[in-house]
Design a protein around this ligand. Sequence first.
Ligand code: ATP
Length: 252
Amino acid sequence: MDIAADPSHPRYASLLRRHLIETAAAEGLLAGSAMIAHGRGEAYDYLLGESTSASAARATAEAWSRLRAAAHPVISVNGNTVALAGRDLLHVAAALGCPIEVNIFYRTEARMAALIGRLEAWKEEDGLDVDVLGARDDGRILGLEGPRSRCDARGIAAADVVFVPLEDGDRCEALVAMGKQVLVVDLNPLSRTARTATVTMVDDVGRVALAMRNLAASEGSRGPSDTWNNDAVLQEALDEIVAHLTSKFRNV
Ligand code: ATP
């Protein structure tokens, strides 16, 4: 963390994110594979120039509009999302008046309790009125077997719009098959999750959460687009990667 403490370091933001992941791992919030998943995200973020592109900003505004227009929105978070974006997402949930549900791939009671406890502590400190769900697993995601199919009947199961940053491809497909709108954040525009979701924000989850918190604070939102084309957004992300790499290469 010594290098990250120096804001002039070119990788300052990236190192800060690593520090958040390291701290969360030490607190028992993350599964063993969490750092691998984060590393894959970092690699794509590097290719994207580690900043929010115009198409990603548009996707975040679209996701916010859909959450605002939803009858039963829910924000579903895993360990990495809590570590990198949990506090801002609590503020987004408070602005929407919707629950936030901890839903993890490798479910253990200890990790669930640690993640729920972390969100409850931030909620208390910031004086927010948000239902933190996940302790109950009385709902089912149809088409999946075992622990991955479990969710809260009052949260994901009842939702028409699910904002689930860092979702796994299988679950994203299953939620879409249940007729839900699925809004995801994934730095990899080629992942199954990115290609299956209703709206994909190809951006870092921390940057998206902060941007959405700012959208919530600024009030006003246009309605959801009738002509949203998620494939076009993914193509733009790929084009942005090529443009960024080309400009880097020219500067060498
Ligand atoms: P899929 O099942 O959708 O094909 P995958 O198996 O390739 O996904 P996982 O290993 O489940 O992916 O999860 C890692 C995913 O999360 C990667 O696509 C990675 O780009 C993305 N990711 C990791 N960290 C971040 C982050 N901070 N912000 C946004 N996306 C991230």
